[in-house]
Ligand binder design. Structure first.
Ligand code: PAN
Ligand code: ZN
Length: 185
């Protein structure tokens, strides 16, 4: 019997080795476009939670990690609640995302800063190639959950996104998601 189980109806993991992290609005200052809308929301509001299983030490060559991310429904101004987003520190490391429930958008940006997006819906399988920054936005009315599998030696480069952002944002325009190019910065 494995140490970890997944509930496929929610994506939730259970088992002793499972760890979790919670991202609240206070930890995402600067990520959203509309600063006034951001300041009007409660800093302690939960944006997303991640559960993950690291069966080997971070940095182990050839190992794999498993996780699930649940993003709450919500907007900051017209921008959907989303993950911070990152490149993998080891740029050649790829990843799979698979949607469990909800509706969303996966933003994919290459190192030339070209951004495209893929719709996420239950059952959609997304291959994130190496060298591609990835961020998920919840475009639906309920929780968006996806599972992920990535290399234990991938590492996370959050700094590049913190500094330069993505070149486009997924915004709610006339009630539907639209990829809107960012002003240059
Ligand atoms: C995912 C992400 C998770 C949270 O497990 O880490 O969805 O997003 P941020 O890490 O951008 O906050 C993954 O892509 N791992 O590599
Ligand atoms: Zn990743």
């Amino acid at each position: 019997m494995s140490d970890v189980r997944i509930d496929w109806s929610t994506g939730e993991l259970c088992g002793v080795p499972v760890r979790s992290k919670h991202k609240r609005l206070a930890g995402m200052r600067g990520a959203y476009r509309d600063a006034a809308a951001f300041d009007a929301l409660a800093p302690e509001e939960l944006v997303y939670s991640v559960q993950f299983w690291m069966p080997v030490r971070e940095g182990t060559p050839g190992g794999l990690f498993w996780g699930q991310t649940t993003i709450c429904p919500g907007v900051v101004g017209d921008e959907y609640f989303m993950t911070a987003g990152h490149f993998h520190a080891a740029r050649d490391r790829a990843e799979y995302y698979v949607t469990v429930r909800g509706e969303g958008g996966l933003l994919l940006m290459d190192e030339a800063r070209d951004t495209r997006w893929e719709r996420m819906q239950p059952g959609s399988v997304h291959y994130i190639a190496g060298g591609i920054a990835h961020r998920v936005a919840n475009t639906g009315d309920g929780p968006l959950t996806f599972v992920a599998c990535w290399h234990s030696d991938a590492g996370h480069d959050y700094g590049t996104i913190l500094k330069h952002g993505f070149s486009a944002r997924l915004r709610k325009v006339n009630g539907v998601p639209r990829l809107v190019p960012e002003d240059r910065r």
